[in-house]
Design a protein around this ligand. Structure first.
Ligand code: MN
Length: 333
């Protein structure tokens, strides 16, 4: 019998689940698996260029090197995340076109189903407004345990409003703190740069005890030292959400995004940072957002987002095995 989600079929043929993992659509069938990929295809809440609603589909299909039938070992980590972890694709949240409020409700409910079943949700955006339901659903599920938030982004996304709109991709971090889903002191941001937000937002973030590492800190000190600090900042927490806005990378590596900002991370810096964090920090949930395929070229951005997820899965797998980040790497002679 043919079925969706066969790891031994070519990447370009058959079903379009994330890296050919099995498709699961019933909450009851999630139980027993480790990780669920889920799409949140909305972009009604952007302040500039749209298109991120096409992100989940593009990221799922961006496994351009093809799925390797028997094994896909991470060359640096020395393990195959698909062997260590039981990973399924939970389809897309049943969003409602042109109704961001109902779409957010659907995303919150869908992510909640995944966490309630004991899996780590990996949400493919969608614009960054989905951080509100994504992180909120995980926080709700683990309460009263506090949830940390590591946020890679060019922008802080902590405005009170944009043009008077509070449900926006520029506001989720403030919404999460104000509603009590996350404490400001448990938020760490990496890669901020450019010309937004401004003094009001930074003053608010400072008042909430946010920590942040500007892109300038990465230039000055190097990504490894910054990630050392990020991991140290949240060392007390047992549950951390990892939010990756693809615009944290330089537009050279992520042109397909709504609000690109020159001067960002290199792809290799982000990939290494994500694997390290997923290996050393207990990840309770993750999202990769703001991939906008209409602005992409040669699938550069979608491929990067796909690999961001693979590095996170590899890190989670290493952590499950109780291994360090590079114990098994294939080092050159
Ligand atoms: Mn963002």
């Amino acid at each position: 019998m043919r079925e969706m989600g066969r790891r031994d079929e070519p990447a370009y043929a058959g079903g379009a689940t994330f890296s050919k993992v099995p498709l699961v659509l019933e909450p009851g069938e999630l139980v027993g698996h480790d990780v669920a990929i889920v799409g949140a295809p909305i972009d009604e809440t952007v302040s500039n260029r749209p298109g991120a609603r096409f992100g989940p589909r593009a990221i799922r299909l961006a496994d351009v090197n093809g799925t390797i039938p028997m094994s896909s070992p991470n060359m640096d980590a020395g393990i195959d995340p698909f062997e260590v972890l039981s990973i399924v694709d939970y389809g897309d949240a049943p969003i409602v076109p042109a109704d961001p409020a109902r779409s957010h409700e659907a995303i919150r409910r869908t992510v909640g189903e995944i966490v309630s079943a004991g899996l780590v949700p990996v949400v493919l955006g969608g614009d960054h407004s989905i951080a509100h339901p994504d992180v909120g659903a995980v926080a709700q599920a683990i309460r009263p345990e506090p949830l940390g938030l590591i946020h890679f982004d060019a922008h802080a996304d902590d405005a009170a409003e944009l043009w008077g709109v509070t449900r926006s991709h520029g506001t989720p971090m403030r919404l999460l703190v104000e509603e009590g889903s996350v404490r400001g002191s448990d938020v760490v941001q990496v890669g901020l740069r450019g010309y937004w937000p401004g003094p009001e937002e930074f003053a608010w973030a400072r008042g909430q005890w946010f920590r942040w590492y500007l892109m300038q800190d990465v230039y000055d000190r190097g990504i490894e030292q910054v990630i050392d600090d990020v991991i140290g900042d949240l060392a007390e927490l047992r549950q951390v959400f990892l939010s990756v806005d693809i615009d944290v990378c330089d537009p050279a590596y992520a042109p397909g995004t709504g609000t690109p900002e020159p001067g960002g991370l290199q792809a290799r810096e982000l990939l290494k940072a994500i694997r390290r964090i997923a290996t050393e920090v207990p990840i309770a949930g993750m999202e990769v957002v703001e991939v906008s395929p209409p602005y992409d070229h040669a699938e550069i951005t979608a491929m990067l987002a796909h690999r961001v997820v693979l590095e996170a899965l590899s890190g989670i797998a290493l952590r499950r095995l109780g291994r360090g980040p590079e114990r098994e790497r294939h080092a050159p002679r």
